[in-house]
Design a protein around this ligand. Sequence first.
Ligand SMILES: *Cc1c(COP(=O)(O)O)cnc(C)c1O
Length: 607
Amino acid sequence: MTTDKRANMSDMTTESDLIIADILAKTKTIAIVGASTNWKRPSYFVMRYLLKHGFEVIPVNPGAAGQEILGQMCYASLSDIPKKIDMVDIFRQSDHCPPIVEEAIEIGAKYIWMQINVKSDEARTLAMNAGLAVIENRCTKIEHSRLSGLLGLGGFYSGFVSSHRAPVVPPKQPARDGGLFKTTNMDTLAVHAGTRPDGATGSRVGAIHQSTAFVFDDADHAAGLYNLQEPGNIYGRLSNPTTASLEQRIAALDNAVGACCVATGHAAQMIALMPIMAPGRKLIASSRLYGGSITQFGTTFKNFGWDADFVDVRDADAVRAAVADPNVYALFAESLANPDGNVSDITQLAEIAHEVGIPLIIDNTMATPILCQPGKFGADIVIYSTTKFLSGHGNAMGGAVVDTGNFDWLGGRGYPALASPDPAYHGITFAETFGKLGYITYCHASALRDLGPTLSPHNASLTLMGLETLPLRMEKHMSNAAKIAHFLDAHDKVEYVSWAGLSKSPYHELAKTYFTFGFGSVFTVTLKGSYEEAQEMVQRCNLISHLANVGDTRSLIMHPASTTHRQLTEAQRSTAGIGESMLRLSIGIENPDDLIKDLAAALDDIK
Ligand SMILES: *Cc1c(COP(=O)(O)O)cnc(C)c1O
């Protein structure tokens, strides 16, 4: 060891620090000579610290031989210890050191460490002549914690920087059941799923891993990651630990096998379809979809060679006829449609899709997993715009693709992206190699890698925080929506309210079947008036915001015919159920009386 020749440095220099760091990194077993049974003694403090930080520590003290100190058997002398010792840490007066060093040389120790105020020229010379490294007048605990400043402990600056991963110390006391807790309760999962205290720092709230790339331990580790043989992070376009926490939490809430989070809801739709679609393949989608989805499927996806037909999913025969086309590879609908509250009969759609061997994809953005878990009713893939209720505060774009694990990608109409060898990954077959995780693995390893709509770690963190209160917020959204829908329904300037909670709604029974509670808080209200009067009403609201979003804590209003659905033809608008004097409301979590007051005043002004 070249460094050990320079080991005797008692002043604080960079070199001596490096030697200490090297010695502490290579040391596994430490014999503490002069270990005390008295918890107030420095040797006890040091021993406790070293044990806690992953060292094996053996106390040596003739006065305590045969007793345990901190659970470790104490020996009378170094030569009594029945195992190999790397370091001898001395808590004795300086003139007692030479015979201890002689014994340390005999048992094959590599390092002599003399604590603060313990110094001996004779002991040092003995040790160095025998090739041992020596540290004098220092404390193992102080030096270790100072140099561990690299781990972010204590606010000490170690004096060093490093490109190597900080070591994680396994706990000495294994927790009960491996520290794990099992629950299926949504309110607990919303707070806890996917995030546990950080191994290196103990941080309780998950960190924002604002890092583009992740270090490899060595060449073999790098190869394992690139071959998808080993799970882990390579480059932020494919995966990120903060985003992974979010993916786990969303998958937990949907009782699913996994999720892939991406930059927006629209990106989620694109990524969800990548493993399924190919040029010449067709998608059947509900004609009552969110306007943006109709444009994405009906116009832009055509450039990928992906075809789409829209059908009224209330008409089972029409859906059955549409999916009979052998070029159709997926059926897509919303559990609760944005904006008019159409509720899909998920069980029926799943049956129709599965009869011909294609997956049912459900956009569950409006219902959220709190009202509805589509996988329970047979949906295969669930997608979200997390921009809406899931993040919930109108401050983070995002999307999620969730695999319920229900669909057999090796069967059905044929899904070669998952069921045949992938040349971009030296011939692995995703659905075989990764089993039930094949679809989500493909979403990350191929679709995200090659298309790149990656979620930012900061937005992942905001969404994780938003999810913690999702169950609470949904309760308030639902109860507010009920009050406002009833108020509007009884108003003489209102023609129609689409909220599914009203018994006259054609979707009332379906909503009761599919939703655990509530009927959504995004719905439309059609005024007894013109296109212009509807625009005017929006302008007259002073509490409710006029903007293009839904699922915010704030209540929102807009006029779809002149905004979100403006790009659609009048015929498309009419099939999508968008009337000229129709307004879209997204009811927030404010005081419901205030919201009613604002709406009442805005309506009163209409002549
Ligand atoms: C907003 C929305 C989308 C698109 O999500 P973005 O995050 O805006 O890309 C898809 N589906 C539904 C139902 C939505 O409300």
